[in-house]
Design a protein around this ligand. Sequence first.
Ligand code: AHR
Length: 497
Amino acid sequence: MTNPTVLHLHSRHTVGAVSPLIFGGFLEHLGRSIYEGVYDPGSVHADADGMRTDVIEALRELGLTVVRYPGGNFASGYHWQDGVGPKEARPRTRELAWQSIEPNTFGTDEFIKLCRKLDWQPMLAVNLGTGTPEEARDWVEYCNCEAGTRHADMRAANGAAEPYGVPTWCLGNEMDGPWQLGHVPAEQYAIRASQAAKMMKDCDRSIETVACGSSAPTMPTFPEWDRTVLESLGGLADYVSLHRYVGNPDDNPAEYLALSSSIDAQIEAVDACARYVQAKRRSPGRAYLCFDEWNVWYRARGGAHSDGRGKVAPALLEERYNLEDALVVAMFLMSFIRHADSVRIANLAQLVNVIGPVLTQGDELLRQSIFHAFRMVSSRRTGVSLRGAVEGPTYESERYGNVPFLDHAAIIDGSKLHVFAINRQLDDHMPLTVAFADHAIARVLSSEILHADLKAENTFEHPDEVRAIPFDGWSADGNANATMPPHSLVATTFELA
Ligand code: AHR
C-alpha cells in the first residue's frame, strides 16, 4: 500500500462542458469492419437491411454519438458514386489502401440507415487523395440538399426523399503520410482542401469541416503541418484532426501506463497551433480539435495484417486487447475530458473486428476488454469537466518524466459528480480520497471497477475475463474514500450534498 492520494476538486475550477461528440467511433471499409462486421446479409442476425442486430445491440451499449465513415486510408481512393444506386449495378473495385476487393454493396445510403438505427450523427470523410474537390461537393449535394438538382435527385431516386443532413465532413485523411494515396506537402494539401471546403460549404452553408492535421505526433512534419494547414485554410476549417495509436511493444507496463501525459501534450501542441492561427488571423473563433482516430494498435500491424491479398473482407488489423490496453483506452477518454475546452469530437478507431471493441466470429460476438472501459466512461459523460489537483505519490517514467500513480478526470453535472480514476501501480493498492472543496460528497449513486490480470483478455471461449463489476469500496462522509486495487479503473457517480 502506498501513501494516500488525494484528488482535490472545486465546482468553480471548470474546464468546459464535455462535448458528447468525444464519444464517437469510426467505421472504415477495411478488413471485416463493414462486411462480416456491421453488414452481413447472410448472417442469422441480419435484419431486413442486412445489418447485424447482435453487433448493433453491442454498439448501442457504448453510447456512441457520432461515427466517421468510410475511412481512413480507404477514403483517399473511394469514389462515393460507386456505392450508391441499385446494388447489382454497383462496381466491384480494386482497393489500394488495403489491397482488397471492394464489392460496394454497402455505401452512403446503408451507412445513413445504420446511423439512424443507432442514433449516431454521421461524419463523412471525402476523398482528397485521388478525388476532386468537385466530387466532394457533389457528395454534399447528394446527402444534404433538397431534391431538385442532379445529385440530390439521385438520392431521392435511391429511396431517400429527405436530405440526410450530414453535419461534419473531413477534408481527406492523413494527407501528411507518404502511405496515403495522393499524399502531398502541406501547402498543396491546403490548396486542395480549401477548394473542396469552399465548394462544399457553398453547397450547404451549415456543414462543418475537419482539416487533416498530422497523422501522429511522431511525424517529422508535426506540428508544422498543422500550423501551415490551419493558416492556409483560415475560416474554412472548423476543426483540425489528430490521430494517435499507441502500444506496449517492449512489454513495459509501467511505461505504457504513463503515456497519458503524452496524449495531453499532443492535444496541447495542436491546440497551440489553432490558437496561434486564431491570433494571427485576428479571428474571433479558432479551429477546435477533432481527435478522429485513436486507440491501442501495435500487434496486428503491418505485413500480413495490412495486406488484403485481393480478397473481399480479409481479416486485417484484428487486434486482441487485454486489461492494460483497456486502461489506456480509458486514459485517452480521460485526457479528452480534461481538455474539454479544445477537444470537441473524438472517434475510437475502430468499432468492429478492425482494432475494435467488438469482434465477430461466424454468428458469435465478443466484447473485448476495451469495450468495458469505453462504456464505463461514456455512460457518465454529461456535464462540465473539472480541473483536479492531485496530491500523492508519483514515479519516474523513461519517456514521460514524473507521473502521478493516479490518472483521473472529473465531471460535474448539477448535484452529480462523475469521477474516473486509474491506479497505475502494478503491484500496490492505492488509498484514494476525493475531496470536494465546496460541497460534501453525500453518497455513491453508482460505481464500477475494471480489474484483472494485466494481460488478461476476453476470448470467445472465456468472454468475461475482463469485465466491469460493481465497486462497493467507497465510504462517503463529506469526502469519499476508497482503496483501489493495482492496475485498475474505477468509474463512479457521486451525489453532492
Ligand atoms: O484505422 C486504421 C488506419 O489507421 C486508418 O485507415 C488510417 O487513417 C490510419 O493510419
